[in-house]
Design a protein around this ligand. Structure first.
Ligand code: SF4
Ligand code: SF4
Length: 146
């Protein structure tokens, strides 16, 4: 796959610690790890690899709320069902957040994205955190991450 032209190649000053896929975690004592490389251990001070990306900015990305997925299902017990019934549709007995074309109807913007119900967003969306394995999957689906 080609390098994403949006992201510069890492330079000599970049390290794992500056990368959007770096995290500290794991069982026992947390250690430095890389989400982009199957959560493998890395050294925070190691020079960046070619997959380096700058810290992720959800408002620049929006992949998970756009075309990466076609459905956001909401549990009937989710407070979102009561707070935003106008944003839901019933499909095969389940609640889904309404789509507006290829993206979530709660998302606005083009190039810079914003969720209009962010404070009340469904649990499905709260579980979808920046830099997570789900985030990596969403960005890959749109070709934003290699
Ligand atoms: S993608 Fe490369 S630079 Fe980024 S944390 Fe992983 S190993 Fe380090
Ligand atoms: S969680 Fe990840 S995929 Fe979703 S908007 Fe943020 S950076 Fe993009």
């Amino acid at each position: 796959m080609q390098l994403n032209p949006l992201w510069p190649e890492p330079g000599p000053k970049q390290s794992c610690k500056d990368c959007g896929w770096f995290f500290v975690g794991g069982r026992g004592a947390p250690v430095d790890r890389c989400r982009r490389h199957q959560d493998r251990r890395v050294s925070s001070t190691a020079s960046a690899c070619p997959a380096w990306e700058p810290t992720l900015d959800c408002q620049d990305c929006g992949a998970c709320c756009r075309e990466a997925y076609t459905t956001v299902e909401v549990s009937k017990r989710d407070p979102f069902v009561r707070s935003h019934p106008e944003r839901l549709e019933r499909v095969d007995g389940r609640w889904n957040v309404l789509r507006a074309g290829s993206r979530c109807s709660c998302l606005v913007g083009d190039g810079r994205y914003q969720c209009t119900v962010y404070e009340d967003r469904p649990r499905t969306c709260r579980d979808f955190t920046r830099g997570s394995a789900n985030c990596l999957d969403a960005r890959r689906r749109l070709g934003l991450t290699r």
